[in-house]
Design a protein around this ligand. Structure first.
Ligand code: PLP
Length: 354
């Protein structure tokens, strides 16, 4: 694929204090953009200065939400080089989302080329501080000016990038999670397994309610009986019950997390029993009461692994592992971040150099 590069004449000042980066509100100097038109396919791949785009108020995405996205990071190692963690998985998943939303797929090698090209242009924006990274957001949306409900004929694929601070600035603090029993996020047959904006819009009300009760995130139950565990707002969830790792199986309503997949592969390598199966919230509560709920943690690109210190289900509040990070959670965190920042060798073939 040929990619045209137009560099900015007015580069922005890069943030000086990387401890104050936060997440998702500073953007680099450039972005990738490529058009799709029915009859032409994907065309006109280009890296251009970061800036606003012009869209018709009738653009289909604004009305019917035909949109998908991905989230990954570029990490800087101690020797100054830049690397990605399993980016091929992100672009494979983007095509799975695309198929569900009738969005034209993008060959994985073209998406990877776009990623490498735009990060190369803005490589000085990859933070230097340990734990900080360049967050990368690829996305595709329907842009035709048309108010009928049908798949679009015009799409844009874009990649924007945002230097982001360390998720844990003061060590791995356990999070408090609220089990949502009123609303649901997704049902089997719906779009839960995709990364599409609507799934996140569906989560906002519960997230707001949980915040009001001082819980940082929501744990979703299945959309039919509200008995079985699905996932957290932007993480998959794992339980260590009596030494065995248990995580909900993928049935179409849960996102197939790349961190989840990596944790399962590491457990296999380490000889730790890890099972994907249906697990009810009642089973978790029973394991807790029996003193067998050893660890609970979320998995996702943002946090890598996030220990859960408190889990509230109705009136029951479970404090897990004395609200301290568990041994397996810590080992997984150290191993995956070690590979991402080039501190330990990658013996899984997960790291891709820029
Ligand atoms: C709903 C949801 N579940 C799980 C995840 C974790 O996926 P990954 O490990 O690929 O970041 C994410 C974040 O991408 C998410 O948004």
């Amino acid at each position: 694929m040929e990619i045209r590069i137009e560099k900015t004449q007015t580069p922005k000042e890069k943030p000086q204090d990387e401890t104050k980066l936060g997440f998702g509100h500073i953007f680099t100097d450039h972005m990738f953009i490529m058009d799709y038109d029915t009859g032409m396919g994907w065309h006109d791949a280009r890296v251009v200065p970061y800036g606003d785009i012009s869209l018709s108020p009738a653009a289909m995405v604004l009305h019917y939400g035909q949109e998908i996205f991905e989230g990954l990071k570029a990490y800087r190692t101690a020797d100054g080089s830049i690397q990605f963690f399993r980016p091929i998985e992100n672009f494979k998943r983007m095509n799975i989302s695309a198929e569900r939303l009738v969005i034209p797929e993008i060959p994985v090698e073209d998406a990877l080329q776009a990623l490498h090209t735009v990060v190369e242009v803005d490589k000085d924006w990859v933070p230097h501080t340990d734990g900080a990274s360049l967050y990368i957001r690829p996305f595709i949306f329907a842009a035709d000016p048309f108010l009928g409900v049908r798949p679009g004929d015009k799409y844009y694929f874009m990649i924007i990038m945002s230097p982001s601070g360390a998720y844990y600035s003061t060590g791995l603090e356990p999070v408090s999670i609220y089990v949502e029993t009123k609303y649901v996020r997704a049902v089997r047959g719906g779009m839960g397994f995709t990364k599409t904006g609507g799934n996140y819009a569906a989560s906002l009300h519960s997230q707001d309610d949980a915040h009001k009760l001082n819980y940082s995130q929501v744990l979703w139950l299945d959309g039919i009986e509200q008995k079985y565990i699905e996932e957290v707002g932007s993480m998959n969830i794992m339980f260590v019950i009596d030494g065995e790792v248990v995580t909900p199986q993928l049935q179409g309503s849960v996102l197939s997390g790349i961190t989840r997949k990596s944790v399962l592969e590491l457990c296999k390598k380490w000889g730790i029993k890890a099972t994907e199966r249906r697990i009810s919230i009642q089973e978790v509560a029973d394991a807790y009461d029996a003193g067998k709920l050893d660890e609970v943690f979320g998995t996702g690109t943002a946090a890598v692994v996030s220990p859960v210190g408190h889990l509230r289900w109705g009136d029951k509040v479970m404090e897990i592992g004395n609200n301290k990070i568990g041994k397996l959670t810590q080992r997984l965190y150290d191993t995956m971040t070690g590979m991402q920042y080039g501190k330990i060798p990658d013996d899984m073939g997960w790291i891709e150099k820029l």
